[in-house]
Design a protein. Structure first.
Length: 690
């Protein structure tokens, strides 16, 4: 191709044919075009038409409109190398954000045998009428009716001032592998673009990996529509600071490296690509379009996470990753793919097609996805080329749905806090909690835990959505230690200090068989209790005693003054002449009668009302505090009435035990030694002592 001039001068197109007598491939040729007046330089490519395998040529990254502030125009020259005419169709596919991939077509154009024709003007007119002069780039497609390799072509986008000549290599997809490796540069004013084009009529998947010193940036699995061209601006990618799917960013000072791309699938000849970097300072443009021997091959795949713990109704997201190896044996950075997921047991774990796994019932299951992967290898037999072996793999994530567990203490002391909590609940609902025990039932709606002060034991139940039976746990409430009512001291009071504490002074003869009334005891039992109402938890509404009862009990006794005083007449009239053999009808002494009377009412020893009171009070079966500690009223029971009944029963037992008459009520018997008779009592009118 020769350019005569700019600014309206015609373009002159031609071709060069080189033949040689050697074997195919023995001679390599390159050509160069220059116009020093406008600082233009271009490359003349030579190709062997016999080496092509199809009747198509494709290019990617044709600049349109403006580049670096300069107007650029497309230049296209074609030649029919066949010995007969053919029809040529030129397509320029471009991607509209709203309408997808669209194509502007020229033709069909008839090329005579051996004819060379420039189609630049026709191409500019076709795109100019659509208002697409601001496109950055597009694809270029040439298809003809003649034999494979019949058409050779050259394409460029040239700035009108001659500063930039942006060459677009046109290649036969049938002879190019759908993978490539290119150097890239961002040093100084240099920028690198990567162009990829889908040359097929079906959607193709591909990956791109940008390698640099110290790391790799992965664009992930992407798709190209039929005929679509995509552009990757590496300077913009670096300067934007965008992270890839692994969180990697291109360092802000990185200046170069290698970029690798590959189709993902069974077909090898479905994409073409190239890299182009522009040195703005020197007006230099370089393009690389070398392809790899084969697309990348499958190396391994896995699900992430590999295992999941999914309490009922909780969920997690499944992801799938694949690692490939290029045709040179280099392992590449894994990329994420997006399969259709399913569950090995939908009754245990539900899995959406997009990979959301939800625990449904206790057990284990797998989230599974199938994927067709391919291994590519270059072989010389049966014919040189890249051969593919595709097969189906499965990636799986093991999911465990644990059974919800109701936790809580097996026993607490009354008045302590107890917390019941459901583990492995996930997002499952708890429509209702229930406590049954102590004659009452308490219920609560919602929540993963239930806690509060405990007064009585029973069974806590929790109904969990998705479970056929409620969870339940028993709890025992033990009595508090240290709850004991102590016997009060015996208190001597003056005779007549109260009606119930009055005896005759001097005593009178009660008659034969009646109890001698020389002393008297009066027990008044009085206790006060502070109740506690439980405001929350399994025992909500229950009442119990907050603390041991206050003891207001009094034990009082009196003795006739004339006996208590040694100078009293009654005391003095007791002759003390009793002898069981020699004088069995004699009288007791005043000292013995006084001692027995005091013992009878207040001694902490057998044969005493006070002793009987202490023994009964200290008996746990009668102890008032022990009884109070166990009283718990479930709603709507009357705590006061229940407490009164319990205390009254114990108090009556104590009262009854206290009231039993030591030595048959006979104070003239020896209370310290088996109640033996000590003589008669000398009542007024007194008998004279011998």
């Amino acid at each position: 191709m020769v350019i005569d001039g700019f600014g309206g001068q015609p373009w002159t197109a031609g071709s060069v044919t080189i033949g040689h007598t050697g074997r195919p491939g023995d001679v390599l040729a390159r050509g160069r075009l220059e116009d020093r007046a406008v600082r233009y330089a271009g490359v003349v490519e030579f190709s062997d038409p016999a080496a092509d395998g199809s009747s198509e040529l494709h290019g990617t990254g044709l600049r349109l409109g403006w580049f670096e502030g300069r107007a650029v125009v497309p230049v296209l020259v074609v030649r029919n190398t066949a010995a007969q005419p053919l029809e040529l169709t030129v397509g320029l596919p471009w991607t509209d954000a709203s309408a997808g991939t669209r194509t502007v077509e020229l033709g069909p154009v008839t090329l005579e045998a051996g004819e060379v024709r420039e189609l630049s003007r026709e191409l500019r007119e076709a795109v100019g009428g659509l208002g697409v002069d601001q496109w950055q780039s597009a694809g270029l497609e040439l298809r003809w009716t003649g034999p494979p390799g019949a058409v050779v072509a050259a394409a460029q986008a040239v700035s009108l001032d001659g500063e930039y000549a942006l060459r677009v290599p046109l290649v036969d997809p049938a002879t190019k592998g759908s993978a490539g490796n290119y150097p890239w540069r961002l040093d100084g004013d240099t920028t690198t673009w990567v162009y990829l084009k889908n040359t097929s009529r079906e959607v193709q998947s591909y990956t791109v990996q940008v390698d640099f010193a110290g790391g790799s940036y992965v664009l992930g699995l992407r798709e190209l529509e039929a005929g679509e061209t995509t552009v990757l601006d590496l300077r913009e990618l670096r300067d934007s600071g965008r992270a890839d799917e692994h969180g990697t960013v291109l360092p802000p000072d990185v200046a170069g490296g290698q970029v690798h791309w590959s189709v993902v699938g069974a077909d090898n000849h479905v994409m073409v690509g190239r890299a182009e970097y522009v040195d703005r300072r020197h007006g230099l443009v370089t393009t690389f379009a070398c392809s790899s021997c084969c697309p990348d091959s499958y190396y391994g795949a896995w699900a992430s996470p590999a295992g999941m713990l999914l309490p009922i109704t909780s969920y997690d997201t499944l992801n799938a990753f694949q690692q490939n190896m290029n045709c040179y044996g280099q392992l590449l950075v894994p990329f994420q793919f997006y399969p259709i997921w399913s569950s090995s047991d939908p009754s245990i774990v539900g899995v959406t097609s997009g990979g959301t796994a939800t625990g449904l019932s206790p057990g284990t299951a797998q989230g599974i996805a199938l994927r067709i992967v391919c291994v590519h290898s270059y072989r010389l037999m049966p014919a040189p080329g890249c051969y593919s072996n595709c097969f189906t793999i499965a990636v799986a994530s093991q999911a465990e749905v644990p059974h919800p567990v109701l936790t809580g203490p097996a026993a607490v002391t009354r008045g302590q806090n107890a917390r019941f909590e459901i583990l492995n609940l996930g997002a499952a609902a708890v429509p209702q909690w229930t406590f049954v025990g102590g004659g009452g039932t308490v219920q609560k709606s919602g929540g993963h835990a239930w806690e509060g002060t405990m007064a009585v034991g029973g069974v806590v139940k929790a109904q969990v959505s998705g479970l056929p039976q409620p969870l339940q746990r028993s709890i025992t409430v033990n009595p508090r230690s240290g709850w004991t009512t102590q016997a009060v001291a015996a208190q001597k009071v003056a005779n007549g200090s109260a009606p119930e504490l009055t005896v005759p002074d001097p005593p009178t003869n009660p008659g034969e068989g009646n109890i001698t009334a020389v002393a008297k005891t009066h027990l008044i039992q009085s206790y006060s209790v502070t109740p506690a109402l439980i405001g929350s938890g399994p025992n909500q509404g229950f009442k119990y005693a907050a603390s041991p009862p206050s003891n207001g009990t009094t034990y009082r006794w009196v003795i006739t003054q004339q006996l208590d005083s040694t100078s009293g007449e009654f005391y003095q009239k007791q002759c003390g002449n009793y002898h069981p053999q020699s004088n069995p009808g004699g009288f007791i002494s005043g000292a013995a009668l006084r001692s027995n009377a005091i013992h009878h009412e207040s001694a902490n020893a057998p044969n005493s009302h006070y002793y009987q009171y202490r023994v009964a009070q200290d008996d746990p079966s009668n102890n008032i505090a022990v009884a109070v500690e166990t009283v718990v009223a479930a709603p709507p029971e009357d705590f006061d009435a229940k407490l009164r009944n319990a205390v009254t029963a114990k108090a009556q037992s104590i009262q009854s035990a206290t009231a039993l008459e030591p030595c048959g009520g006979m104070v003239n018997r020896d209370h310290s030694s088996g109640c033996a008779p000590l003589g008669n009592i000398n009542y007024p009118p007194y008998q004279p002592c011998p």
